[in-house]
Design a protein around this ligand. Sequence first.
Ligand code: MG
Length: 399
Amino acid sequence: MSIFEDTAPKSSRPRPLRVAVLGCSGSIGTQTLDVCRQHADKVQVVALSANTSTDKLVAAAREFGVGHVAVADDSRVHDPILDELPHGCQTAFGPDAVVELAQLPEVDCVVCAVVGAAGISAGYAALKAQKVLAYANKESIVVGGDLLMPLARPGRLIPVDSEHSAIFQCLVGERTSDIHCLWLTCSGGPFYGRTREELAHVTAADALAHPTWSMGSKITIDSATLMNKGLEVIEAHHLFEVPIDSVRVLVQRQSRIHSMVEFADGVVKAQLGPSDMRIPIQYALSYPERWDTPSPRVDWCQEAPVTFGEADQQTFGCLALAREAGRTGGTLPCAMNAANEVANAAFRAGECGFLDIEHVVREVMDHTKVEPVQSLRQLADVDAQARSQARSVLSGMSR
Ligand code: MG
């Protein structure tokens, strides 16, 4: 007899978990499909979306035999490859078509792996439709946490971000009122230990040589500026209902500890394991169960020492900016995130320097009139305005 009460296992389900994978061609999307492939007895992929990569969408739709696909970019309507979709597969185009997949009656769980703020409408719709939402899209929680969190019922919003999955796992069986603080671990990024002078000359190619995790290019640059960690601080603040300043950042270069929770009595729980995004993705699908690992196990006897350090907010200004935006709240995180998306893309395109990213974000934040968050439409307006402001800051710099 266990001393713990059993949580109802999903294997008592009469049928596999029916999953919609939104953003199936990106890094998280393809790793999600990998998990679904390995657990085909427990998971059935029923709907898929992609932004522009119709070739990958069609290949996945054929492999999993899905009944519904959506292409966010509606200029792809006449893509000849779409003729190769499975017979009877329903196809729709445009951002609204992606949102509709999140509400299909035959979907139990929505994996939202759309990149950037575009994932907010789909996440909102999934929660409204009372689906389980495996949310990989941190930007949506950062921007729209005030709208999304009131819709999230217990066990219905499972974070996929590795740090937040770790914290979620540490909190199973605990009371959030017993949290003293959250420790978000951070690899430090590819430019850990560099000076501001050195950072002024780094390129996107330097940053894309990220040490540990397999990630998309937007998040890899965010990891280099530490904006990713800043976004994650705000994400944790919303998900676990703790003040911004109770979310602490801890540099853990080996990425072995995926995050920790410190409780009122001084006890700290940490989650450790392989650095493989498929594990938090799989946990979001298997919760409250655990399924066989998709990844080689860590040989703890052979592990290098685990080290801890403080994040350098002076050198990596984006982390301080994100904390400031999170503390202020309202529409400021939305404006900050939009400015960062524009500056991040400009840096990847070689149109601005590394330190210009934080400059653009700072400028846009300074010019944002902060209001309480009221609607998705309002957030879309704030987002558009901040993007155009960010572009004008960038063009002013190149002149
Ligand atoms: Mg993360």
